[in-house]
Each structure stands twice: as structure tokens, then as C-alpha cells.
Design a protein around this ligand. Structure first.
Ligand SMILES: [Zn+2]
Length: 446
């Protein structure tokens, strides 16, 4: 891959081990990594101006359901709590085709890229009408996003006392077989990997205890990570106590769902004992503040988790419960929500940005990204701070207080994904047209 020099950067927030903030600096990218950081660097390749810009590591999104980009702001689901929201949307999702999953993922990944995201996880837990995990993996390849797809699953349908319709659940043996298939086919454990697969039963209330246990055993056997939804709201806790006779943290621990190779979405209702468990075991959390606000789930104990050194990253969550998927806005929301709970000094703009970059990389087991340092992968977000949103700022590095909501440039593995505010890897108008067409078809069916 040709060399690129990003030169004369106003401020680089490195998120490196020393948390250095560098001024008037150049970054040289080569072969997918950051080859050199310094002043007056030379290059044989392209030069990109960093003047008037703050440069950060690419943001990391630790929880998403890309397929939901086709069901944003659905009437009847706009103001419902989690379980009612799911019951409204399940019948619509059951009409999805493989093409729907693919175009929805392309659109969702483009949206994330504009907001500075260079690595995202995705939790696909329903496979209607022949859909497969590769429908999203191909989309990540189309956009050029570093990807951590998770093979999700639901197995307890309505007839067995579960929430989803029977048409959206799968047989547990078939789920395990497909988990093995996608790991063997798509998981790349190498440093700089563009695709790492994880295993992800949807939630403790949509699969059996046996599937939770077996998927954990399988993940350890294959050396891949584990992901699910946990302790999202009060109903979730009540369900756990009634059905399993214990809190979600205990349930997770009993079934092998703690450790540095596990991350749980939400965790809004973790108590002090569970926070301690997560800290001791290095179990990660995907904090999704906008979704938690949108569904009225509550304020996650982010401050307490950070103070206890629980690994925490950010997640935009699915686009049916946000309904925007701007990762930079999510970071701002995380900061604001802790301030609502605990006062203006509860979380700084810088700390929230650290959670959005280095924090997310740690949660996803990717020490090769999330910071600007020589030898790390060249995943870089460049923010123009000369525009309307930043004008008047005395500290442009405080991006989450006064800064643009979209990147000027975005690099993933040294490849330019966003160039001068436009998508460089795909025809965006064409993508929007296909996405709208799919949305219209689903609206007509509903
Ligand atoms: Zn979710």
C-alpha cells in the first residue's frame, strides 16, 4: 500500500501509554501501520494536510445491530420499553432478506465511518430467509471497515415461553454448527486483522442455559471472544431473579461468561458486587448511553466501572433504538449522562474520548488499534476544527464539547475511507437509493 504523510497536524491526541498530546506533528503511514511520528517528516507518497485539524485514533464501536438501519423510528416502537419495543419489531425483522441485511450493514458502516469509527463490532442474532453472517462481513469489506462480527442467536421462541416469534429462532445444534462454520471460515486472529469473529447468543432471556454454556466452551476451544446483552434494565434483572434465581452477574459467572475474552452490552443495572466481579475477571462492557436513554433503561454506572478498572468501551447499539449511529455523539452522550448522575466533574471530554478509542480497543481485545503510536495499525480520524461547530473554542482538543460531528478524513489500515467529508470506498447516492428501496418494501409489507 502506498505511503501517506499526514503533515502539520495542529493537535494529535495519541491515547498512547503516556497519553501524549502532540502539537505541530506529522504522521507517516506505511503498509497499514503508523510508521513514524515526528516533525518535518518526508515521504515518497501522498501528502494530506493536518492543518486546522485535531487527529485522534479511529473510534471503536463495541456494540451494534447493523441490520436495524432499515427500521429506524418505526411507529409503535418509538416510545416503547425494551420488551414492548422488541415485540413491535420482531415481525418486521422476520421479513428481512439477505440483501436487506447486506444493504443495511453497508449503510450502517458508512454512517459509523462518518462519525470517526474505524473498527466496529456487530451483533447479528437473527437470520431470516436464508440470511448469513457473511452478509455483514461482505458489507464491511465493501466499506473498508475493520470488523468484529458476532454470530448471535435466539433459540427460545413464543411457543416455548420466549419473546421472539418461532420463525426467528433457530435450533441450538444448528446454531453451534454455524458458529463453528463462521469461525473456521472468517476469523483471522493475526495482528492487524480486518475480521475477527465472536460468538454471541442474543441474551440470557432468548437462549437456553445450555447454549450459553456450550457457546462459552466453543469460544474457548476456538480462541474467539464472547458477547451478549446483560443487565440492561429492571425487567432484565427481574427476569433473571425469577427464571434463574440469581442476578445476571452470577448467571454469567456460573456459565463461563466472565474473563478478558468476554464483553457484555449495556450493564446498566450492575450492582457493586458485579462491578467487582467484572473488574477482577477483566470482563468488558459495551456502554450504550443513547440506547439506554432512548429505551428509558437508566444510567449505567460508568464512573464506578472506570474507577474499578472494568474495561469499558462505547456502543451505538442498533439503529432501531438510538436511532442515530454517530459514535462521536455517543461519546458526548456518555460524558453528559455521567454528569447528570454525578455532577459536572464526573467525566471529562478527554476521558470520554479515551473510552471511545483506547477503551473500546481493549474491550474488543485489539491492543493493535485505539492509539496513535509507531507500530500500531493506521486507523486514524481527522477532525477539521476550523468550521462552525468549533469556531470560538479555546481548546479545540476538547472535541466532545465543541467540535464537528463528522470527520474530514478517516483511515483504516492506512486506506482512506472518508476523503474530504465524502465516502471514498463506495457510491453513496447509489447506496442510499438501494437502502431506501429496501426500507420502502418493508414498510409496504408491515
Ligand atoms: Zn443491542
Amino acid at each position: 500500500m502506498p505511503e501517506i504523510l499526514i503533515q502539520n497536524i495542529d493537535i494529535a491526541l495519541t491515547m498512547d501509554d503516556q497519553r501524549r498530546r502532540l502539537s505541530a506533528v506529522d504522521l507517516r503511514l506505511r503498509d497499514g501501520i503508523i510508521a513514524e511520528i515526528g516533525s518535518d517528516l518526508s515521504t515518497t507518497g501522498e501528502r494530506i494536510s493536518g492543518r486546522g485539524c485535531v487527529v485522534t485514533p479511529g473510534l471503536v464501536n463495541t456494540h451494534h445491530h447493523l441490520y436495524q438501519n432499515l427500521t429506524r423510528a418505526v411507529p409503535g416502537a418509538q416510545d416503547a420499553l425494551l420488551f414492548g419495543w422488541l415485540k413491535r419489531l420482531y415481525p418486521i425483522w422476520s421479513a428481512f432478506t439477505p440483501d436487506d441485511i447486506h444493504v443495511s450493514a453497508q449503510l450502517g458502516l458508512a454512517e459509523l465511518a462518518f462519525s470517526g469509527c474505524s473498527l466496529t463490532s456487530d451483533h447479528l442474532y437473527l437470520y431470516p430467509n436464508g440470511s448469513r453472517l457473511e452478509d455483514t462481513i461482505e458489507a464491511a469489506g465493501d466499506i473498508g471497515m475493520r470488523f468484529q462480527p458476532t454470530r448471535g442467536a435466539m433459540s427460545i421462541g413464543e411457543s416455548a415461553g420466549g419473546l421472539p416469534p418461532d420463525s426467528l429462532v433457530e435450533d441450538e445444534r444448528a446454531i453451534l454448527d454455524d458458529m463453528i462454520r463462521v469461525v473456521d471460515r472468517f476469523h483471522d486472529a493475526a495482528e492487524g486483522s480486518m475480521c475477527r469473529v465472536a460468538l454471541a447468543p442474543c441474551s440470557p432471556f432468548s437462549v437456553s442455559r445450555e447454549l450459553m454454556r456450550d457457546s462459552a466452551l466453543l469460544a474457548r476451544d476456538k480462541g474467539v471472544m464472547l458477547h451478549t446483552h446483560l443487565a440492561e434494565n429492571d425487567e432484565d434483572i427481574a427476569y433473571s431473579l425469577a427464571q434463574f434465581g440469581c442476578r445476571p452477574g452470577q448467571y454469567a459467572e456460573d456459565l463461563g461468561w466472565t474473563g478478558p475474552d468476554v464483553w457484555h452490552a449495556h450493564c446498566v443495572k450492575l450492582d457493586a458486587e458485579e462491578i467487582d466481579l467484572f473488574a477482577r475477571t477483566r470482563t468488558g462492557v459495551a456502554h450504550c448511553p443513547c440506547s439506554n436513554c432512548r429505551l428509558g433503561s437508566g444510567i449505567a454506572p460508568l464512573r464506578a466501572m472506570r474507577d474499578a478498572r472494568v474495561p469499558v468501551g462505547l456502543g451505538v447499539d442498533g439503529s432501531a433504538s438510538n436511532d442515530m449511529a454517530s459514535l462521536i455523539s455517543e461519546a458526548r452522550q456518555a460524558m453528559l449522562l455521567q454528569r447528570v448522575a454525578q455532577g459536572a466533574d464526573a467525566m471529562s471530554a478527554y476521558e470520554a474520548l479515551e473510552i471511545a478509542t483506547r477503551g473500546g480497543a481493549e474491550v474488543l481485545g485489539r491492543p493493535d488499534v485505539g492509539q496513535l503510536a509507531v507500530g500500531k495499525r493506521a486507523d486514524i480520524a481527522i477532525w477539521d476544527v476550523t468550521g462552525v461547530a468549533s469556531s470560538g473554542s479555546w481548546d479545540p482538543a476538547a472535541l466532545l464539547l465543541a467540535g464537528p460531528a463528522q470527520v474530514k478524513h478517516l483511515f483504516v489500515e492506512g486506506r482512506q475511507i472518508i476523503r474530504d467529508g465524502t465516502l471514498a470506498t463506495m457510491d453513496l447516492p447509489g447506496l442510499l437509493e438501494r437502502h431506501q428501496k429496501a426500507t420502502t418494501r418493508l414498510m409496504q409489507l408491515a
